[in-house]
Design a protein around this ligand. Structure first.
Ligand SMILES: *Cc1c(COP(=O)(O)O)cnc(C)c1O
Length: 424
């Protein structure tokens, strides 16, 4: 679509009556941004005005192939017609009700999530608006698992070095990164971080003073680091023996991101809880805590937790639409095929030293600390990518990315890396 057609679309939108976008350049928006938005995100890379499928356009009319998907959120790309029409029709029918009430989409989505996570009888769902809130609910669940043997309290919660579980205080206590935590000490107490992927360290840490162990099957923010084979099984065994909950944070890895509904699916274990968010609503904010089995699902009782927005009709309809489209359009097959293609091709690129991940959650390391410069060079070349570390690039594109689109990036990557090195 040309710039002209694009501005025609913007002009027709009722949003244009509220926010005039035509004729306003990115630089002008960014000046307004910096005088009105809190500086916690730094300067945004671009001002985006429109998306379609795996493409987005900025305020200056430049087109980008979106290989980050709003950080693993836009599972079906931008402006997916089915998801869009379901959201609009639900909003026009019943947009919000308090949790003094329920709605059919909320119940249907809970049932759908229990089915896709193969949860046993008695399992339950609590809806939130984000990943951090899902982990916050899981943190409270863990606190309720406080009674150890002989009346001794379970005071400790185990998480891993490199872990990212969110930015609210409970989830932040689970998050390992010092720069995120230090300004906000003291943290909610009891969280202990142990070395990543080290089964012996886990064995030493898990005893009957532990309430829960939190794990990401693949650490996303740490640069796409999968847990080693056998770790989840060992964690299940050790937590079961000690009476601690095994809580899997699948906020980034869940809902098809790895080519399976859950990244933990093949481990052959039943966790006590799973948290979901990012891809669940296909771009609409929603998160969930799924608790497995009767006992864990009754730890939080009436009045002990709540939310105003969580599980509202529009958010749950958006998630139902997303899950339906992923299933009916065989999107998981695409995730596996295009993911494999990308990883194999990336491994052969000069300057790429390691490729990690599963499906369309991909991390790769560079032979120099030029990842942030590569992000900038990629933007100039029309690609949105991300650098979770100085030498690491992360891709988490829409799950509908085609092989041709992947090839466009692969063809451009050598020049992007060259430009990044020259910029150093
Ligand atoms: C993004 C993320 C979160 C936090 O989700 P928000 O919606 O940003 O609060 C938690 N855990 C993991 C693994 C994540 O990737």
């Amino acid at each position: 679509m040309s710039n002209l057609e694009q501005s025609a679309v913007v002009e027709q939108s009722p949003v244009a009556e509220l926010v005039e976008t035509r004729g306003h350049a990115g630089a002008e928006w960014l000046a307004r941004y910096s005088s009105s938005l809190m500086g916690v995100f730094g300067t945004p890379q671009r001002v985006l005005v429109r998306g379609a499928g795996c493409l987005v356009w900025d305020a200056d009319g430049k087109e980008y192939l979106d290989l980050l998907g709003g950080i693993a959120v836009n599972a079906l790309g931008h402006a997916h017609p089915f998801v869009t029409s379901v959201i609009a029709s639900q909003l026009a029918t019943l947009g919000h009700v308090s949790n003094f009430f329920t709605s059919p989409t909320q119940i249907a989505l809970a049932e759908r999530l229990l089915a896709l996570s193969k949860a046993p009888a008695g399992s339950k769902v609590f809806f939130t608006n984000s990943g951090t809130e899902a982990n916050e609910a899981a943190f409270k669940l863990a606190r309720r698992n406080s009674a150890g043997p002989d009346g001794k309290p379970r005071t400790r919660i185990i998480a891993l070095e490199g872990a990212f579980h969110g930015r609210t205080m409970g989830a932040l206590a689970l998050t390992a990164k010092e720069a995120y935590r230090a300004p906000f000490e003291p943290m909610p107490g009891g969280v202990v971080h142990i070395p990543f992927g080290d089964i012996d360290a886990l064995r030493n840490a898990v005893d009957d003073t532990v309430a829960a162990v939190f794990l990401e099957p693949i650490q996303g923010e740490a640069g796409v680091r999968p847990l080693p084979a056998g770790y989840l099984q060992a964690a299940r065994e050790l937590t079961s023996q000690a009476g601690a909950l095994l809580i899997l944070d699948e906020v980034q890895t869940g809902i098809g991101r790895t080519g399976k509904w859950l990244a933990s699916e093949d481990a052959g274990i039943v966790p006590d809880a799973v948290t979901l968010a990012k891809g669940l609503g296909g771009g609409f904010p929603i998160g969930a805590l799924v608790t497995f089995g009767e006992k864990t699902s009754s730890l939080l009782t009436a009045g002990q937790h709540g939310t105003t927005f969580g599980g509202n009709p529009v958010a749950t309809a958006a998630a139902l639409a997303t899950l339906h489209a992923v299933e009916s359009q065989h999107v998981l097959d695409n995730v596996r095929a295009v993911g494999e293609h990308l990883r194999a091709a990336l491994a052969a690129v000069d300057g790429v030293t390691e490729v990690r991940g599963e499906g369309l959650l991909i991390g790769f390391d560079l032979d120099a600390e030029v990842a942030p410069a590569a992000v900038t060079a990629a933007l100039d070349a029309g690609f949105i990518i991300n650098s979770p570390g100085p030498r690491t690039i992360r891709l988490a594109p829409p799950l509908i990315l085609t092989e041709d689109q992947a090839d466009r990036f692969l063809a451009a990557l050598p020049a992007i890396l060259q430009t990044a090195k020259e910029a150093q």
